[in-house]
Design a protein around this ligand. Structure first.
Ligand code: PHE
Length: 391
């Protein structure tokens, strides 16, 4: 006979008629309760279990929303099951004992059954209710909180080093009267390539290989498409910088990342010359790296500028003597630049006979690595707090 069956019968029916057998019977119940409590603890009382809705046979615990109240299957903590089984008012084991053993007990056994029952009830309350409170995250009510414990320390976040440098660069150009413009990272092939004078067959597309979202959409390979968007939006004259993320098919190593940051600069007005570009970048480099640095420009090629150049700055660490920072060359490359190609101005709806302009693109990650002497670009994107909390 199972315990559940036993508690449904009277003592008389069970053939229990003296104090010793009453005690033995209660010991059996008690042992069973502790056993169940023990296996509940071993199984980890915190794991919720599905309780399928049995009132509607067609409802499935795997199909939410099939219970009559349309709330899907509920889940219970095992501690709840334990509590209902032992202490439930209607059909809990203790209620059954009260109903079938205690109440109809013969007179001479009543005090003995009553005492044994009370002991069991007290023990069940402590073991099952105390345990349930812990499992469901409430401390048992007998334990007052210890007010002498220290509070939780919630560490503050900090600005990412690349964003810190981006803001610093933005501040310098804001001071020169430029405004900040942004564009989408998921960009059309037209803005990323065609409008910038890089037609489909042009080999320069190889240098800017990237992920194609579809035939007409790419993850932008540079911030230069913002040039075109700004020209269309505002026309000339125009003085903007455009910071943001870019993507290229680069294998990650200590100086390359398939996702990186650039800052684009663009100035369009009447009578803008290469001298304005040199003057602006020289001013910027002195503000960012220190008054001592000199800039140097040498020829390069970009389809969207003509003429095109690369700008370098004398090493701020060794003043051009050659050191670890500048890899012994005395110079640090900052990025590409040039006079905006007349075709590009035309694509942007600006008359190249009336206006001219310059543009540059700087690598923000590189600036940050140089500024903080960081040896590996990957450190920026790994999210390691031990690295990030140093800034
Ligand atoms: N977009 C170029 C690059 O990513 C940089 C550049 C910008 C060059 C503007 C010239 C003018 O390499």
């Amino acid at each position: 006979m199972t315990l559940e069956e036993k508690v449904g019968k009277t003592l008389d029916e069970l053939g229990v008629s003296d104090a010793a057998s009453v005690e033995a019977l209660f010991n059996e119940v008690r042992a069973r309760m502790l056993e169940e409590l023990d296996s509940f603890k071993r199984l980890g009382g915190r794991t919720p279990v599905w309780k399928p809705d049995v009132s509607r046979p067609e409802s499935s615990p795997y199909r939410p929303g099939t219970t009559p109240d349309n709330q899907g299957p509920t889940f219970q903590f095992p501690s709840t099951r334990l509590r209902v089984k032992w202490l439930g008012r209607k059909s809990g084991i203790l209620s059954s004992i009260d109903e079938h053993w205690l109440k109809p007990a013969p007179k001479h056994l009543k005090p003995i059954v009553g005492r044994a029952f009370n002991r069991l009830r007290q023990e069940a309350a402590v073991e099952i209710l105390g345990e349930a409170a812990v499992a469901e995250g409430q401390a048992p009510s007998t334990t007052a909180p210890d007010l002498t414990l220290p509070g939780y320390r919630r560490p503050l976040g900090s600005i990412h080093p690349v964003m810190r440098v981006q803001r610093e660069i933005e501040d310098i150009f804001l001071g020169l009267g430029f405004s900040i413009e942004t564009g989408p990272e998921i960009e059309s092939v037209y803005y990323n390539f065609d409008a910038l004078n890089i037609p489909e067959s042009h080999p320069a597309r190889d240098d800017f290989d990237t992920i194609y979202v579809d035939a007409q959409t790419v993850l932008r390979t540079h911030t230069s498409p913002v040039q075109m968007r700004a020209m269309e939006k505002y026309g000339a004259p125009l003085y903007i910088i455009a910071p943001g993320k870019c993507y290229r098919r680069d294998n990650p190593d200590s100086t390359h990342s398939p996702m990186f940051h650039q800052i684009e600069g663009l100035a369009i007005d009447t009578d803008i010359t290469f001298a304005d570009l040199k003057g602006t970048l020289d001013f910027f480099a002195k503000k960012f790296f220190g008054e001592k640095v000199r800039t140097s420009f040498h020829p390069s090629f970009f389809p969207f500028t003509e003429p095109s150049g690369e700008v370098a700055v004398s090493c701020f660490a060794c003043d051009g003597q050659g050191c670890r920072v500048c890899k012994q060359s005395g110079w640090i490359e900052l990025g590409g630049c040039g006079m905006v190609h007349s075709e590009v101005l035309r694509h942007g709806g600006i008359d190249p006979d009336r206006y001219s302009g310059w543009a540059f693109g700087l690598g923000t990650d590189r600036f940050t690595m140089i500024k903080y002497d960081i040896p590996d670009i990957q450190l920026f994107f790994q999210g390691d707090v031990r690295f990030l909390e140093q800034f």
